[in-house]
Design a protein around this ligand. Structure first.
Ligand code: BGC
Length: 478
């Protein structure tokens, strides 16, 4: 087995290695177009929603919410199907199909004539988004050396935030055109086609090749993608070792893995229930609630997108130096305070008229807290806390929870603002933020500079088997 201590290296290691090895960089960039489109297609709806309501007759909050959220149901289905497809027909072909699904979905959304057509088209797009969230990082991680795998996971988060930012810029750029919302959806066909065509020129994942008994081809791919590291035999042996281990689903609920599953699922749930996607998907709507006009709301959404990208980069560069727990706790505390501030803004008309900018300030502080904490740390930690042979299924469970809760929160946001008021809604998310803080402080271990075996031992499992090892749960280390 390769050293696991270096698997956690993120940020600098990844950037340095990628710049030295251009072939690897090209592969990561093409494969991560899927992550970019995940961000684009989830972010674009915020601006499009302002303009499509009249054309498509989306009269009620319920119809608008479903138009936003149905994509997330598609994503749950997409993540499920793609797990199976990626094993059967290869990660590479699954990604080519997802690029094609993105292209068809972009046109279908752009040409929708009524509520039902846009629902069907957004569900279809969701299939590709779910595939991207799962197969993208999986394919890249199987091609890069173990020591920079952590950085790749964070790189994917960066591509998601970039996709969201570009969506906001496109929404803002098209705001003055007629039929603008159709263009907002339609332009995504270009990166979709780039993904489908680009993946045609990429290799199969060596892990998949070994699984299919095509060891020579796997060796060939590894040799081409490991500049200067001629001897890839150890890696092939490691892949074979893991591929040979039969994985039993019951192990996932076994005593030894339970605690890490609780941590992974809790991170997935908290990442969503603090309301991140009400801000990402409804930023222009929230800014309109706060008194902005359409164009002002779209311009300010671009600030939110930039803040998200900027602080994600900060996190990628510093996560290895300051630790995951530091960012998780500080970031969540920050976003909780911002949510309380948003509630205060909506609760008092006096504040709204005297400090009109407070809503935007709170949204920016909120997104900063998320971008350094729960945003990257959730995806990074679920790739670190599970033993190798159950990493795939365990990550899939966490990913499903993440998309499911994303759906529940986005689907209920506008209705909640009607039923418990706007301030009540933000205070509810703040309450979830406070619960998340308590959980992180008491139960989430530090994973920086520690081998996967050490992390897993802390969480009560034997890393070699992933099975129960009688051990008292330890309190997390600071
Ligand atoms: C989350 C998405 C969210 C995005 C925002 C990701 O980590 O999983 O739900 O839209 O961050 O940057």
């Amino acid at each position: 087995m390769s050293s696991t201590a270096d698997v956690e290296r993120t940020g600098r290691g990844f950037v340095g290695e990628a710049l030295r090895n251009r072939r690897l960089l090209g592969m990561a960039l093409i494969a991560a177009i899927g992550g970019f489109l995940f961000g684009y297609d989830t972010g674009v709806i915020g601006g499009a929603l302002l303009f499509m309501q009249k054309d498509l007759g989306l009269k009620t909050h319920g119809q608008q919410e479903l138009t936003v959220a149905i994509l997330l149901l598609g994503a749950v289905a997409g993540a499920l199907i793609s797990g199976w497809l990626a094993d059967r027909i290869s990660r590479r072909r699954t990604k080519m199909i997802s690029g094609t699904v993105y292209v068809i979905g972009a046109f279908a959304c752009a040409f929708s004539q009524n509520y039902w057509q846009i629902l069907a088209s957004r569900f279809w797009l969701g299939l590709a988004v779910g595939t991207a969230s799962f197969v993208g990082p999986m394919y890249i991680a199987e091609l890069v050396p173990a020591r920079i795998r952590g950085g790749v996971v964070s790189f994917n988060q960066l591509m998601i935030t970039l996709g969201i930012l570009v969506a906001y810029i496109v929404d803002w750029g098209f705001a003055g055109f007629s039929n603008n919302w159709r263009w907002m959806f339609g332009v995504a066909a270009v990166p979709g086609a780039a993904l489908a065509i680009g993946m045609y020129f990429m290799p199969f994942s060596p892990r998949w090749l070994v699984d299919k008994g095509r060891e020579d081809e796997a060796r060939d791919v590894l040799e081409r993608y490991r500049a200067g590291e001629k001897d890839v035999d150890d890696e092939i042996e490691e892949i074979k070792d893991v591929a040979e281990k039969e994985f039993n689903l019951r192990e996932l609920l076994g005593k030894g893995v339970r605690r890490m599953l609780v941590v992974g699922v809790a991170l997935a749930v908290f990442q969503q229930i603090v309301g991140i996607n009400t801000v990402i998907y409804y930023a222009p709507t929230i800014l309109k609630f706060a008194g902005q006009q359409d164009t002002g709301a779209l311009t300010q959404s671009v600030f939110i997108g930039c803040t998200n990208v900027f602080f994600t980069i900060v996190a990628i560069l510093l996560l290895d130096r300051l630790g995951r727990r530091f960012f998780l706790i500080a970031g969540t505390a920050t976003l909780t305070v911002a949510l309380v501030g948003l509630g205060i803004f909506f609760a008092s008309p006096g504040v709204q008229s005297s400090v009109g900018w407070l809503a935007l300030a709170c949204l920016l502080i909120y997104i900063m807290g998320f971008a350094v904490g729960l945003g990257p740390v959730f995806w990074l930690m679920i790739s670190e806390i599970f033993p190798l042979q159950m990493r795939g299924p365990a990550m899939a469970v966490c990913t499903m929870f993440n998309w499911g809760l994303n759906f529940a929160i986005s689907y209920t946001f506008l209705t909640l603002t009607d039923v418990i008021t706007k301030q009540g809604t933000f205070w509810l998310y703040a309450f979830f933020g406070a619960c998340a803080l308590v959980f992180f402080v008491t139960l989430v271990p530090e994973t920086k500079d520690r081998s996967l075996e050490e992390i897993q031992a802390d969480l009560g499992a034997d890393a070699d088997t992933g099975l129960s090892r009688e051990r008292e749960p330890e309190t997390a280390r600071a």
